[in-house]
Design a binder for this molecule. Sequence first.
Ligand SMILES: Cc1cc2nc3c(=O)[nH]c(=O)nc-3n(C[C@H](O)[C@H](O)[C@H](O)COP(=O)(O)OP(=O)(O)OC[C@H]3O[C@@H](n4cnc5c(N)ncnc54)[C@H](O)[C@@H]3O)c2cc1C
Length: 456
Amino acid sequence: MYNVAIVGAGPAGIFSALEILKQKPDWKVIILDKGPRIETRKCVVRKGGKCPPCKNCNLLCGWGGAGAFSDGKLTLTPEVGGNLIDYVNRKDLEALIDYTDEIYLDYGATKELYGLNTESFSDIARQATLAELRLVHSPIRHLGTDRSTAVLKSMQDALEEKVTVLTNECADELIAENGKIKGVKTNKGTVVNAEYVIVAPGREGADWLAREFSNLNIELENNAVDVGVRVELPAPVMEPLTEKLYESKLVYMTPSFGDEVRTFCMNPYGEVVCENYNGIATVNGHSYANKKTDNTNFALLVSKRFTEPFKEPIEYGQHVARLANMLGGGVLVQRLGDLLAGRRSTPEKIAEGVVKPTFADATPGDLSLVLPYRHLTSIVEMLMALDKIAPGVASRYTLLYGIEVKFYSSRVPVTNELETKGIKNLFTIGDGAGVTRGLIQASASGVLAARAICSR
Ligand SMILES: Cc1cc2nc3c(=O)[nH]c(=O)nc-3n(C[C@H](O)[C@H](O)[C@H](O)COP(=O)(O)OP(=O)(O)OC[C@H]3O[C@@H](n4cnc5c(N)ncnc54)[C@H](O)[C@@H]3O)c2cc1C
């Protein structure tokens, strides 16, 4: 019998364990993750290989979750990276983010912060306004992939002395009785009894979470569905922004459809990578603190909030990604010039271009056969707006990889303490719950749930 069982050893799960141990050092805590320990996680795609794909994607699963090989940008504002502001008042949330950031620092995060120079920010914000873009202010601490892995490994070392860590063990079933959580059953048949359960399965586990919550008769709410592409271009094109802000969060309301498009996860001198969500290949990006490529990449995500009777936002994203996989056998890549000229890209055309793809395994193809017209139009309009503040963005050689999709579109109904409404003592946190979509808020959601549990 454990005091707390935590499903998922991503940032959300790890930070909840750290906080519980700080407040209740004598409690029995167990963390389950379906992936391996951090030092044994190996992703061949990151070494330039072809995605096998692994049964549990090594880029996303195991100690550290999606954070392990992430770019490690800690965006230190309530504005970015999640919806915690819906549960916590601004002042408390700012304090919670600072507290969470301190823990990253304690475990070895870099001290340097980008985006504090208000003069540079105002200057870029002005240029953005003239291009009808909104620049969101957000100080950023950049760890880089190498340091992210090291920080999360230190947390593993510190925690495994004090909590039970079960890796390669997948939570299969949430056990609840009379509206109260009792524990978790794994796919190996192990039953873990616990007074409290924290579920933090990340985007990779969002599908499983939706299934389990449906079995518990908990109806999920729809968040906006974020579908788009990853853009890759020569790093100097983005330097006017990245040199000063590192990452610029820009938001655009498109003229044709009035949809919101935003830049997401900008990686100066970084690499594009492939993720595998239960057999569906999608795209992402990261960068190293100590190793630079010639390119910068970032996502352009179109946010669409669907209305009744739509109920399957995760399935929608999977469907679009599957189309890209069907045509390209994985991730597709197209030059912007080819997209605008209405023709597919070919390996020869990509080779002629000035942007050498950092993800060599993508198949040159045609994104107009995959993305809905509405999304594609919005992406092209956003690229044209960005070209006004960073000339060269809309170059014919700019590469677009598809599909990038974020599986945080179903939101679990939770209280302000992140306890699941309808099931007592069951807390649902992080990206998989649809309450966060980035490292710092996912980690902060872990602290929030842990504090609530410890206070009872
Ligand atoms: C390449 C890449 C770059 C990124 N860069 C950034 C960045 O720079 N800044 C930023 O803020 N965010 C970034 N992110 C996003 C960030 O990593 C996530 O927002 C964050 O990791 C979410 O934390 P989480 O704990 O909610 O989920 P996750 O980190 O996804 O962890 C969930 C864990 O749960 C496990 N799990 C799932 N289902 C089960 C189950 N049924 N049983 C047991 N275990 C299960 C998984 O194996 C996984 O280890 C990036 C992500 C990627 C992939």
